[in-house]
Write a protein that binds this ligand. Structure first.
Ligand code: PEP
Ligand code: MN
Length: 360
């Protein structure tokens, strides 16, 4: 697949003066719930109502969705509010049912994107449709797997495509339910600048309180839209209760978020510089995180040295590290002087930590 302007026609056709907003509950629960939420979203910036009706659950025994019955509730919500509707499809049967019920946009979930067989099955079932198809990133941080799914859909002659960034699972506990790995989405955006990129802050966050900040990062990184899980009674939602926000909160968020528009030279300059600055912020955050991790390992070495009565400073080892890093730095256009200064500072901080461990 190559980058083509036409990739974003479907989005441009909406003619929105703000990013595309997709909102609605994690799962359709009852007809009343779907309609209540849809009506509360009716006058918001949300153009599209989402609701999962077939729910992929990590472990059996949780609520697995209401099934095809929910499609009727979504259709009713569309009739009553004029919102477009979208749901997740995870096999060919889901695709047939969704198309029969005139679902306007289909999305492929993170647990499906990991499986080329299922993606191919869905791609085959989608042939001939002009409905937009949004492909969530796979659960593991693998850009080729994500692009592979996009290509399978594209090869099935689906012209209206977008991608949803919902974060990646990690074994290590982080502050997120799914680690954003912004760099990966930025790489995808650099390769396909015209492929609409939508942020799902809800599944990245896993909890309400950081959703606003994630939305702002997404907008600063020039994402084309947001998919936000929204429920009239989040605490009592049947799935993903901790991460859903109310329609009223969403309306407030859309008011408070800084949405940048591309108009005029100055605005374009500001837009570009903001995007670049946000990229720098993301990388700086990663730098601090990685330095923190390095220090934890240095502390473990300190404890080991203490237990074995070994001196903190090991000159030979340190010179080896420096030599290697200067060479690696050169390959990345970093001057020897900079690499030396940076590693001396890091090394000094490790020594300070280890000294404290050995002589508490
Ligand atoms: C969802 O959108 O409710 C969902 C199940 O998402 P994901 O595929 O990102 O886990
Ligand atoms: Mn969910």
């Amino acid at each position: 697949m190559e980058n083509k302007k036409e990739l974003r026609n479907w989005l441009d056709d909406f003619g929105l003066d703000h990013p595309l907003v997709i909102a609605g509950p994690c799962s359709a629960e009852t007809e009343e719930q779907v309609l209540t939420i849809a009506h509360q979203l009716k006058d918001s910036d949300a153009t599209v109502l989402r609701a999962g009706i077939w729910k992929p659950r990590t472990r059996p025994g949780n609520f697995e969705g209401v099934g095809a019955l929910g499609l009727k509730w979504l259709q009713k919500a569309k009739e009553e509010t004029g919102m477009l509707i979208t749901t997740e499809v995870a096999n060919a049967n889901h695709v047939d049912l969704a198309l029969k019920h005139d679902v306007d946009i289909l999305w492929i979930g993170a647990r499906t994107t990991v499986s080329p067989f299922i993606v191919q099955e869905i791609a085959d079932a989608l042939k001939g449709t002009d409905k937009p198809v949004l492909i969530k990133n796979p659960v593991n941080p693998d850009l080729s797997l994500w692009l592979g799914a996009v290509e399978r859909i594209h090869k099935s002659d689906i012209k209206n495509i977008g991608v949803i960034h919902r974060g990646f699972s990690t074994y290590e506990k982080t502050r997120y339910r799914n680690n954003p790995e912004w760099q990966l989405a930025i790489d995808l955006q650099n390769r396909f600048p015209d492929l609409p990129l939508i942020l799902d802050p809800s599944h990245i966050a896993g909890k309400r309180d950081i959703i606003f900040d994630l939305c702002q990062i997404g907008l600063d990184l020039n994402y084309d839209g947001l998919m936000v899980e929204t429920h009239h009674d989040p605490e009592n939602a049947w799935s993903d209760a901790a991460q859903q926000i109310t329609p009223a909160s969403l309306i407030q968020y859309m008011d408070d978020l800084k949405v940048r528009k591309e108009i005029g030279d100055d605005a374009e300059f500001n837009n570009k510089i903001n995007t670049l600055r946000t990229k720098i912020d993301v990388i700086d955050h990663q730098l601090i995180e990685i330095l923190g991790k390095r220090m934890i390992v240095a502390n473990d070495i300190g404890t080991l040295k203490k237990d074995h009565n070994v001196a903190v400073l090991q000159t030979k080892r340190w010179n080896e590290i420096l030599g290697k890093m200067i060479l690696e730095g050169e390959e990345r256009n970093l001057s020897e002087e900079f690499v030396l200064r940076m590693f001396k500072a890091i090394h000094q901080e490790s020594i300070n930590h280890q000294e404290k461990i050995i002589n508490p």
